[in-house]
Design a protein around this ligand. Structure first.
Ligand SMILES: NC(=O)c1ccc[n+]([C@@H]2O[C@H](COP(=O)([O-])OP(=O)(O)OC[C@H]3O[C@@H](n4cnc5c(N)ncnc54)[C@H](OP(=O)(O)O)[C@@H]3O)[C@@H](O)[C@H]2O)c1
Length: 255
């Protein structure tokens, strides 16, 4: 049984990905902070799909997060064939008004943690010659976003980093993929208090649909996954428009 490690499985896209991989008979390592939810998820997935499910309760913005994860993997004598860096959150508002502590937490989670864990896991994947890494970006990876400046910058990092690794592992059994969802019906918008914005009123996707598309394309070794026609068009539009225009549209969409 192959093992997939997924971060941020207690809700939204990560939860749907855990369900999808369990239904495809993968063993799972679930990672998030809420231990009670993780334990419930472990029991539910084991009973429904009869696969091996382990969990690690950890705040991934903490400096020792990767060491704790690696210690557990070694203790369980597991090999991670698929790594999914999905955990993330948003802090919206004009840059002078947002909380720097939250932004630093976001940089630690989206950039420092993702970079370190990917490095540690890729070392093992390189030895075995097989692996899949899915890093979750956003349509914001393509669009510098006024009133979401730090979030979109961290998501741009994730895409740039993943694209470069994809090049390093070209013609090998290891594939690195970026998933760039647009507005998706999860707890994400409510936690960031942006659930009433125009962005979350148009073409919002279900997390199960995003997870299905991601699973299929990840296993085929695609470099980039933009789920849904609306999101594909949005990204295509953003690529040809000057920043002065996308800036104005983004502010309007985030109202
Ligand atoms: N929903 C959207 O519209 C949307 C659009 C584009 C991209 N995305 C991206 O998709 C990914 C998943 O988001 P979602 O929409 O599924 O959001 P969600 O429903 O809020 O789920 C976020 C998950 O991340 C975990 N998490 C957050 N901070 C963490 C931390 N410091 N340490 C450990 N786990 C942490 C949460 O678990 P605990 O609270 O239990 O720790 C939860 O399981 C994120 O990277 C997000 O940026 C979402």
């Amino acid at each position: 049984m192959k093992t997939v490690l997924i971060t941020g499985t207690t809700s939204g896209i990560g939860k749907a990905l855990a369900e999808k991989f369990a239904s495809e008979r993968y063993g799972l390592i679930l990672v998030a902070r809420d231990e009670q939810k993780l334990r419930q998820q472990q029991v539910s997935l084991q009973n429904t799909y009869h696969v091996d499910v382990k969990y690690i309760s950890q705040d991934l913005a903490q400096e020792d997060a990767v060491s704790r994860i690696m210690e557990n993997i070694e203790k369980w004598k597991l090999t991670v064939e698929i790594l999914i860096n999905n955990a993330g959150f948003n802090e919206c508002g004009f840059f002078v008004d947002t909380s720097f502590d939250r932004e630093l937490e976001m940089i630690n989670l989206h950039i420092r943690f993702v970079t370190e864990l990917t490095k540690r896991i890729l070392v093992h994947m390189k030895k075995s010659g097989y692996g899949r890494v899915l890093n979750v970006g956003s349509t914001g990876s393509f669009i510098p976003s006024p009133t979401d400046a730090v979030y979109s910058a961290t998501k741009a990092y994730i895409m740039s980093f993943s694209n470069a690794l994809c090049g390093e592992f070209r013609n090998t059994g290891i594939k690195v993929t970026t998933l760039c969802p647009g507005a998706t019906q999860t707890e994400f918008a409510e936690k960031a208090n942006i659930q009433n914005t125009l962005l979350f009123k148009i073409a919002v996707m279900r997390p199960e649909k995003v997870a299905d598309i991601a699973y299929r394309k990840l296993m085929r070794g695609k470099r980039l996954i933009i789920p849904g026609m609306y999101n594909k068009l949005l990204v295509a539009f953003a690529k040809i428009m000057p920043v002065s225009i996308t800036n104005r549209i983004t502010i309007f969409m985030m109202k």
